[in-house]
Each structure stands twice: as C-alpha cells, then as structure tokens.
Write a protein that binds this ligand. Structure first.
Ligand SMILES: Cc1cc2nc3c(=O)[nH]c(=O)nc-3n(C[C@H](O)[C@H](O)[C@H](O)COP(=O)(O)OP(=O)(O)OC[C@H]3O[C@@H](n4cnc5c(N)ncnc54)[C@H](O)[C@@H]3O)c2cc1C
Length: 233
C-alpha cells in the first residue's frame, strides 16, 4: 500500500506526519463569559479589562472557565509518539485501525541532525548530536528494519493471515492517524508537558504546531498561559 494522502490545510511535522485543526469552537470570550456567569453577566465582545480577568483566572488556577471550548485536531504521527500522546486522559481519541485497514508503508526515519545520543542519568538526560557517519549508519539500519518488517507484514497478509495478527510485526516507527478533541484547560496541561525541554523531541515537534494553532484561536488565554510560566490552570 502506498503512502496516505496529506489532507488540505495540514501542517507537516517530522518526515511524513501532519497536524490539521479540523474544527474549533474556541474563543477568549468563552472564558470571560464562563467566569462572569457567577455575577449573571454575559458579553458579546471582549472589553479591555477582560485580558486581566483571564490572567487572574490562570494565575490563580481557576481552571473551569477554560473548559467551555473545544479543539478537534487530525494528526498523523508515529505510533511511539501516539503512545505518549494518548496518556493525556482529559481528551478524546479515535485512531486508524490496522484491524480493519491494511497498514501503509510509512515509517518514521529521523532527519540526520535528529539522530542523537543520550547523556547523563535517568530524569536528567541531555541529548547530543552524533557524528555524521554514525547518523547515516543509524538511519540505514532503521530503514532496513522497517522495510524487512513491512515485507513480512505483506507476506503474512498475502498468505491469508488476519490483519490484526499480521500488524504485530510492525515497529513503533509506523505512522498512525487519529482525531483528538480537547478543551483549552487540558490542552495547556498537554503543552506544559509536551512542548517542554523534558519532552521527547518528536512529540515536541507536534506540540509546537498545536501550540501555534491554540494561540491563533485563543490569543489572550495563550499569552496568559505563557506569562504564568506555562503552568496550566
Ligand atoms: C517528560 C515526560 C516523561 C514521562 N515519563 C513517563 C514514564 O516513564 N512512564 C509513564 O508511565 N508515563 C510517563 N509520562 C506520562 C505522564 O506520567 C502522564 O501520564 C502524561 O504526561 C499525561 O499527563 P496528565 O496525567 O497530567 O494528563 P491528563 O491525563 O490529561 O490529566 C490532566 C490532569 O487531570 C488530573 N487527573 C487525570 N486523571 C486523574 C486521576 N486518575 N487521578 C487524579 N487526577 C487525575 C491531573 O491533575 C492531571 O494533571 C511522562 C510524561 C512526560 C511529559
């Protein structure tokens, strides 16, 4: 099976992945109105002091006004990235099924400059680039393994083995696809953890794109999150 199509409006991430904001029902005004309902007040438009209110809510961790909105993302990423992503329980996922659909031959291969070694102790690793020859060699070995795994997968399928069993030979570098729906409060928690120094580089690349899309939809909330030291409410 050949590579899947990249949908219109997608932002490329890694070598074969993407993020696309499929839909959003999100605005800074929703935060303000959720907070002001305590005083039976409702606004049609933002007013100058509302920026301060959003900052106050965020700094003081009044989190619930940030839950009255929704972002739906369409994502293609390697399975090992999705394994980290799916740990974020305050959100909803639906994933491409390799039981029902034949796997594609798309596998993550890091760019030369992203091939790295880890230095230091668990919990405090730093990552350093490797010599170009080693980076080439690592990439070649990864590619060979991916191709061999996909050849075995195909031969199992062609021999009549069920897709749900044949997929077990595929590596976690295989690309998968999913829809992810999340509100701004849980999204800020995700960003604080995944668009962060300690996060693995590959999920961080996705989180950077997600953060830009969030900032476009809810600029004042995003600015308040950054000003609060990226601590989610
Ligand atoms: C750098 C890094 C390294 C990691 N390493 C590991 C690892 O080695 N092994 C591993 O298993 N995981 C690891 N994780 C995953 C991590 O433990 C979390 O599962 C993941 O980051 C999701 O965070 P969360 O629970 O805050 O998010 P969500 O599940 O979206 O939850 C959001 C918030 O809701 C609240 N909440 C949700 N569920 C509960 C609950 N059951 N009880 C109480 N409060 C709840 C918490 O306040 C939580 O912060 C790592 C994550 C990062 C960022």
């Amino acid at each position: 099976m050949t590579a899947a199509e990249i949908p219109e409006g997608s932002i490329p991430v890694l070598d074969r992945g993407f993020v696309r904001l499929d839909a959003a029902m999100a605005s800074d005004l929703s935060v303000v109105n959720a907070a002001r309902v305590s005083f039976a007040r409702h606004k049609q438009e933002m007013e100058p002091d509302d920026e301060g209110l959003i900052g106050f809510l965020l700094r003081n961790r009044h989190g619930t006004p940030f839950e009255h909105n929704s972002f739906r993302f369409h994502v293609r990423c390697p399975i090992f990235v999705m394994r980290e992503w799916i740990r974020h329980r305050w959100s909803s996922f639906n994933e491409f099924s390799m039981r029902y659909t034949r796997a594609t031959d798309e596998f993550y291969l890091p760019a030369l400059e992203d091939v790295r070694r880890q230095v230091g102790k668990p919990g405090a690793y730093s990552f350093e680039p490797v010599e170009p020859e080693l980076a080439e060699q690592a990439r070649a070995e990864m590619e060979k393994t991916n191709e061999a795994a996909y050849a075995t997968y195909n031969s199992l399928i062609n021999a009549g083995i069920a897709r749900e069993l044949a997929r077990t030979v595929l590596p976690v570098a295989a690309y998968t696809e999913f829809y992810w729906t999340v509100n701004a409060r849980a999204l800020m928690n995700f960003l604080s953890l995944r668009n962060a120094e300690a996060a693995q580089l590959e999920i961080r690349r996705y989180a950077e794109v997600i953060e830009n899309l969030f900032a476009e939809q809810m600029p004042l909330t995003h600015a308040a999150f950054v000003a609060a030291g990226r601590t989610p409410p």
